[in-house]
Design a protein around this ligand. Structure first.
Ligand code: ADP
Ligand code: ADP
Length: 229
């Protein structure tokens, strides 16, 4: 379970990007966070993995308050949180397999186990035959598949998706959403999806929160929120 309690984020320039955010995300669900550009969505996911420490409030993941951890404990807990991005953030001078290997190398996973995990995850995302290609040789959808493989290769329990389908064409969006659903089930991973497009959230999320000017203005089941006037 992920609990956000009274999260506030005030940037150095005194801009209040998040104002008293309270949310509970259940294990294994796909939870959506929707809002317009500038609403505070990225700030919120970055607070969840502490890339951007909140100014106040608690981020409780599996019983631990992330805001209270020492930097070494935080490094350990972060391995439990994968992240995917709008522009994929792949390393251009590394092959597909080498990109996916990156988090395993940082964690000093033995080479033989790295290779097995990389092979398994590339099969799951459908890129086995692309493992020695470079990012520049891939389509947008394939690049995001690599991003997803890299994010989940260390078996995290949480996947944060920051506008991961925003740079893709509608057909590709569908296939990436299918893959995320598949990964949610097969790997039993909780997914937090940030999007500004309602279609994306409707397609994949059971529950959703609407954020506006750093505040949650509504939350509930996707069906209720998007079908009632
Ligand atoms: P969203 O992801 O919903 O587009 P963001 O979380 O990126 O929104 O940004 C929310 C607000 O915080 C925006 O007004 C943005 O300009 C501001 N902001 C984001 N990062 C910083 C920063 N490092 N310093 C100051 N203001 C920031
Ligand atoms: P090295 O560290 O010996 O230079 P590479 O850069 O070739 O290794 O590979 C980096 C990581 O990617 C290693 O964990 C390796 O096991 C993995 N890897 C490289 N190529 C493949 C491949 N074709 N299939 C599976 N895993 C691969």
């Amino acid at each position: 379970m992920i609990e956000l309690k009274h999260i506030t984020k005030v940037y150095d320039n005194n801009y209040r990007a998040l104002d008293d955010i309270n949310l509970t995300i259940r294990d294994g669900e796909i939870f959506g966070i929707i809002g317009q550009s500038g609403a505070g969505k990225s700030t919120l996911v970055r607070c969840i993995n502490m890339l951007e420490p909140p100014s106040s409030g608690e981020v409780i993941i599996n019983g631990k308050d992330m805001t209270k951890l020492s930097s070494s404990e935080l490094r350990k807990e972060r391995k439990n949180i994968g992240m995917i991005f709008q522009h994929f953030n792949l390393l251009s001078n590394r092959t597909v397999a080498q990109n996916v290997a990156f988090p395993l190398e940082l964690a000093n996973v033995p080479k033989a186990e790295q290779k097995k995990r990389i092979d398994d995850i590339l099969e799951l995302v459908g890129l086995t035959s692309y493992k020695d290609k470079y990012p520049s040789q891939l389509s947008g959808g394939q690049k995001q598949r690599v991003g997803i493989a890299r994010a989940v290769v260390s078996n995290p329990s949480v996947l944060l998706s920051d506008e991961a389908t925003s740079a893709l064409d509608p057909e590709t969006v569908k296939s990436i959403l299918e893959l995320l659903k598949d990964i949610n089930k097969k790997l039993n991973i909780t997914i937090i999806m940030i999007a500004h497009q309602m279609e994306v959230i409707k397609e994949i999320c059971e529950r959703v929160a609407v954020i506006e000017h750093g505040k949650i203005i509504e939350q509930g089941s996707t069906v209720d929120l998007f079908t009632n006037p």
